[in-house]
Design a protein around this ligand. Structure first.
Ligand code: NAD
Length: 347
């Protein structure tokens, strides 16, 4: 598919196809917007059905990173890279080094990090060929605790705005997905006295949460409809769709999962049903904020306290978005996009 006519093109600055004959690397790097700084975004390796599917993913994800960085108050632009291939069968150190060389040829316009299908070892391999890499071992560490902290504070902001409650004591929260982020969110919520309902595909993760947090267990296919105040998706995307929204009983939708809305119009559908949605790319920005505190960027040793203090700004950013959405009769996601666009225009 032609790039300029692509429905997801949206004024991308640079879209590069990268190829390496020796390793079979086929990748696309997309830099959406660098007005705020060099583009930062993960590298994803996936079994794309074809090149068009890879291009669509790269364009959609890099645009999302522009908005995420802008609302996180970071001096980064938005970018993303995708490698076409099966991460379990087609990946090698040589392939990742070739990807590092491809990133290096962009001269720092794009900074690569981990994403789906790419692990820490792969980032290390890329770093042998380029210095434009974030998230290396020994820098800021696993971003999940920072992401979970931002989600917890985002839930607090949403609960205070929608339910008029400044404490989570007794608030019922359904947490879908008990992985790196979900479990840590549960820890913080339970610490504040919230009552948890949990679901995961892994029985051991569910049993652990039931045991540690005295959480109720819900079936994974029914957790979105749990009788709770807050629904916190921390597993998959597209959880807000034509089928699930009418079944939701929560008045707040706030969790870490990326791309929670199946379609943009579902933002308005949530608002119409009185559900306050904390836009995913705002509430789950803790990880990228943490990355911005790594030594490669700051030139100083990583300082967890300073990083978490920045993550805490997610609370007030969400309150600003909620207030604007209410004042102007917009879906929260539309208000968030508008605020990001204002910040980009001012840059
Ligand atoms: P993870 O892989 O550690 O955990 C995901 C959990 O969800 C697993 O325990 C898995 O069993 C469970 N799960 C999968 N499908 C499910 C289903 N249908 N129902 C219930 N549970 C299901 O991932 P993570 O790092 O905790 O990330 C969770 C979400 O947050 C993802 O969408 C991720 O993209 C997003 N996110 C994570 C970070 C981060 O810092 N880790 C940052 C931003 C966004």
């Amino acid at each position: 598919m032609a790039v300029f006519q692509h429905p997801e093109f949206d004024r991308h600055e640079t879209v590069v196809h990268c190829h390496d004959d020796a390793t079979g690397l086929r990748a696309i790097v997309a830099v959406h917007d660098s007005r705020l700084g060099p583009a930062l975004g993960g590298c994803r390796m996936w079994r794309y059905a074809d090149e068009d599917a890879a291009l669509t993913d790269a364009l959609r994800l890099s645009r999302g990173m522009t908005y995420k960085a802008a609302l996180a108050g970071l001096r980064f632009g938005g970018g993303k890279s995708v490698i076409i291939g099966d991460p379990h069968h087609d990946k090698s150190e040589a392939l990742m080094e070739a990807m590092g060389r491809a990133v290096d040829r962009l001269g720092g316009a794009y900074i690569v990090a981990e994403d789906v299908g790419i692990g820490t070892g792969d980032v290390v391999a890329m770093a042998r060929a380029t210095r434009h890499v974030a998230g290396l071992p020994g820098q800021g560490g696993d971003p999940s605790p920072a992401t979970a902290y931002g989600v917890y504070l985002g839930i607090k902001a949403a609960v205070s705005f929608r339910l008029g409650r400044n404490s989570l004591d007794g608030i019922r929260v359904a947490v879908q997905g008990l992985g790196h982020v979900g479990h840590a969110v549960c820890e913080r919520l339970a610490g504040d006295g919230a009552k948890l309902v949990v679901a995961d595909l892994s029985p051991s993760a569910v049993e652990r949460a039931a045991d540690v947090f005295r959480a109720e267990i819900a079936a994974p296919e029914a957790i979105h409809a749990a009788d709770v105040d807050v629904y916190a998706p921390c597993a998959l995307g597209a959880v807000a769709n034509d089928r699930t929204i009418p079944q939701m009983r929560a008045r707040v939708l706030a969790g870490s999962a990326n791309n929670q809305l199946a379609r943009p119009r579902h933002g308005a559908a949530l608002a119409a049903q009185g559900i306050l949605y904390a836009p995913d790319y705002v509430i789950n920005a803790g990880g990228i904020i943490n990355i911005a505190h790594e030594p490669w960027h700051t030139g100083r040793a990583y300082d967890r306290e300073a990083a978490f203090a920045d993550v805490a700004r997610i609370h007030d950013t969400l309150l600003e978005i909620f207030a604007e959405a209410k004042a102007d009769g917009l879906a929260t996601v539309a208000a968030a996009d508008r605020l990001a666009e204002r910040r980009l225009a001012a840059a």
